[in-house]
Design a protein around this ligand. Structure first.
Ligand code: F6P
Length: 466
């Protein structure tokens, strides 16, 4: 077995005991890597102008290799091109893009820095797996430096249609960059289609058999690998979380009221404004929930120094204030809105306690909160998932209560349906979703991607084994 080098902008800091503003990539990749082991390379999370060598740290069977970013790299690469151009573009919000040539050049420089550090550690037999929109050009940079290893890329976010992609100057470079990988993985068929159409119509490339694409002298394979969760481990982790002080205090504070839970980074892609408005409508139109429901929204601040995120935080504060001011009583708080995270196992226990998991992003690559919510439920008394049809998870979870995240009244209706759902229907819907997660967990996701990468780059060995 060759050594696996995973590369992502952010590495997960610990074994799931984190306070959780990290997002799906860190959670998913951590679960996969904990078992398989290997090297995890990425940004340390620190901004430091001194030139310090990469830090190596071994924890369990993972060797973390991390580098600091200089202030200019943080501004232009992370805050700039990655999170003020690619993130809004890939989440269908072109009006929030803030493009500048300087940021693009900072993005390329930071990728180059990652490439130079990786060149110091890559051995001839290593398999390299690069993750997410921060690092699209990295594969080409490694190839240009003579690296011949298998290199795969997985995009955790959605991938836009060509029409949308065209709104960013130099969009062809994004498509061409991806063509330098042996295998490119997407979350959904729609994302995969966006890329294939981009290559065919935006570049004039060809779509060949077996998911192969060709443009000039480059070939790559692009397929769909929906990310998942560590299904079998989550119920036990939720049980462990029930021993936490926070869980007990939440449980006692509910006093038999129904709990609705939402857990999302504070990001405009998560649909929080519409979600708060839908809850406001629920309390306004369905009086039976007054004093009988509590909505707990856990939203750790994320990318707070990007303007669109600061603006969103203020907007959500206003919506939250409106709900509390309108409906709260001296002995009942309808909304509990928290800008901080909790240990993962505490969150999982909270999922199990909640009657409804409310996951309504305006656009999301997959959304692992939806999958974790399902996996954490009590099989005898499961809660109901209310899920946006624009989250990647909706492709697999058609037995969730599916809502359009822009349709406030529709979300209100979905919430009322979920809160009133009889036990047998809840069990039936939950079982169908759980079947998906049992058949396709995070280990299956990792295995299928890496096996495909291996057989594409070692066709003779794959044939001999088959
Ligand atoms: O899962 C999507 C993602 O963008 C990851 O790439 C990222 O690490 C995570 O969300 C959290 O965002 P950030 O690293 O900017 O805090």
């Amino acid at each position: 077995m060759s050594r696996l080098i995973v590369v992502s902008n952010r590495v997960a800091k610990t074994d799931g005991a984190t306070k959780g503003s990290e997002g799906g990539l860190a959670v998913g990749v951590m679960a996969a890597m904990e078992k398989a082991g290997g090297v995890w390379f990425g940004w340390s999370g620190k901004v430091e102008n001194k030139n310090e060598p990469a830090k190596h740290e071994v924890r369990g069977n993972i060797e973390y290799v991390t580098v600091n970013l200089r202030q200019s790299e943080y501004n232009q690469y992370y805050k700039g091109y990655a999170n003020s151009v690619l993130w809004p573009l890939f989440h269908q919000r072109p009006e929030l893009m803030r493009y500048s040539d300087a940021d693009l050049s900072g993005y390329l420089q930071a990728n180059n820095k990652f490439a130079n550090e990786l060149l110091k550690i890559i051995q001839p037999d290593d398999t390299i797996w690069i993750h997410d929109y921060h690092l699209i050009p990295l594969g080409k940079m490694l190839r240009d430096a003579g690296i011949k290893n298998s290199i795969g890329f997985f995009l955790h976010t959605p991938f836009p249609s060509l029409d949308l992609l065209r709104t960013v100057p130099g969009y062809q470079k994004i498509l061409k960059g991806l063509l330098h990988y042996d295998l490119v993985g997407f979350q959904t068929q729609a994302d995969h289609m966006g890329f294939c159409m981009g290559v065919a119509q935006g570049l004039g490339g060809e779509i060949l058999k077996n998911d192969r694409l060709r443009f000039e002298d480059r070939h790559c394979t692009a397929r769909v690998y929906p990310i998942s969760v560590e299904t079998s481990a989550l119920p036990e982790a939720a049980t462990a979380g029930e021993a936490s002080d926070e869980y007990k205090r939440l449980y006692n504070s509910l006093a038999d009221r129904k709990l609705i839970i939402g857990v999302d980074r504070l990001d405009y892609s998560k649909g929080l404004v519409q979600r708060f408005q839908a809850y406001d409508k629920l309390l306004g139109h369905y009086k039976e929930f007054i004093r009988k429901a509590v909505y707990l929204q856990i939203s750790p601040t994320s990318r707070g120094d990007v303007q669109a995120y600061g603006d969103l935080a203020k907007r959500i504060d206003r919506e939250a204030g409106h709900i509390i001011g309108t409906y709260a009583d001296f002995d009942w708080m309808p909304l509990r809105y928290l800008n901080r995270g909790f240990r993962r196992r505490t969150i999982l226990a909270m999922y199990r306690l909640a009657n409804v998991g409310l996951v309504t992003p305006l656009k999301d690559g997959m959304n692992l909160v939806a999958k974790e919510y399902v996996a954490a439920q009590n099989p005898e008394n499961p809660g109901v998932l209310v899920l946006s049809e624009l989250a990647g998870a909706a492709d697999e979870f058609d037995s969730a209560v599916i809502v359009n995240p822009y349709d406030v009244s529709g979300i209100t209706g979905g919430l009322a349906q979920a809160l009133n759902m009889p036990l047998d229907e809840r069990i039936d819907r939950w079982r169908k979703m759980m079947d998906v997660l049992e058949q396709h967990d995070i280990h299956a996701w990792q295995k299928s991607f890496l096996e495909d990468l291996h057989s594409l780059t070692h066709p003779q060995i794959a044939q001999a084994v088959n």
